[in-house]
Design a protein around this ligand. Sequence first.
Ligand code: GLN
Length: 486
Amino acid sequence: MHFNTLTALKTALDNKTLSSHELLSLYLKRIQSLNPELNAFISIMEESALLEAKKADELRAQSTHPLPPLLGLPIAHKDLFCTDGVKTSCGSKMLDNFIAPYDATVVRKCREAGLITVGKTNMDEFAMGSSNENSFYGPVANPWNKAYVPGGSSGGSAAAVAAGLVPASTGTDTGGSIRQPASLCGITGLKPTYGRVSRYGMVAFASSLDQGGPFARSAEDIALLLNAMTGFDERDSTSLNIPSEDYTQHLNRSIEGLKIGLPKEYFSHALNPTMQKTLEEALKTLEKLGATLVEISLPHSHLAIPTYYVLAPAECSSNLSRYDGVRFGYRCEKPQDLNDLYMRSRGEGFGAEVKRRILIGTYVLSAGYYDAYYLQAQKVRQLIKQDFEEAFRQVDVIASPTTPTPAFKIGEKISDPVTMYQCDMYTLSLNLAGLPGLSMPAGFVDNLPVGLQLMGHYLQESKLLNIAHRYQSETDWHLQHPSSME
Ligand code: GLN
């Protein structure tokens, strides 16, 4: 039962073969027994979840009106989505005592669609990281092998779905934090077009790149979740004011004749040969379904890492300046004066990676270096965007690895930030361009799951889900689950 898709669980609730209370009790029991070894959750909301489940069952029994589409189904939220009355820590000591006084738009929309929040998931501090090792609450274990990382920064959300602790969760993707953990945990995750999902109530990391999105077991489930999450929000100044869409509508459309671009820079000798072989199999399946594979070029892709690691820290240094020990968040003990209060609150409240980024960001924005770094990076960002525009004149979507390797061991890369940043080589460009992308399970390398990334033009989430759904109708990688988590 616990490895069922959201779609299958929805059918069971609709047919009344299962009550929401039974479903929530089952998942909460699994969370209680398996979370101590996985550390995927920071907060578990058992009491409120069971109460809401009871209400959902009552509503289902009584109502003659159409019900909310996902009524009574469980979801977990990454702990950077503000959740009314619940701790929202962002994985940081800085916000360890922060109880959000309101719901993020994503949380509100999920609730309005009938979803029940079971808890808040572990993550890299302020969403900075690729392994979940930067969390104040400790690392998360990969359910496929607990000595390995689940990816980051939304590692808790991805691990929770992969381990069958919840059928769906939310994450955020500033440079890959939905797609990369989805790939390393063997599930499906989608980063929407920038502006499609409201950022209101999401703790900010790098505002021009941050975007919320869903994790689930299948593309069909992702479509249901996107229907709930997307839409214009006047409280987010970058929210796109365009009509909503039904993402389930085109899932079964034929992909005959669709052109899939393969960036030659991504499928180069740098890619691990076993990864290459696994992904080639996946691409063959797409060809069998009628798609045509076309070699393309994204000539500036090698500049994505340096560009992102200038711009994201610059934005983070500005966004994180609000944590000063005065207004909210952590405050040091017995400050001597105002300066001491600022310095010790920030010094004690932030972890090493966050401090590193604030330092880099402050440096690249400083008067003497602004032109050389920040301004230059903004120019390269435009070139990366133009690469995609040029590519989408030739092809409908672009396919690539999500990650250069499968999951790595906990501790393996943590002392070498530059090696850690290399994990993001295939995901960062998409955020710099603001485009949508998904990662879906495409096989195993060294007994660990790996994903295929599909990247689309602006607002082409439907097309990505269509391809992923057709692929998942032909393959069963997405249905596999770790046997140790039975
Ligand atoms: N791994 C990238 C970073 O450390 C991306 C993180 C994210 O998408 N939130 O910044």
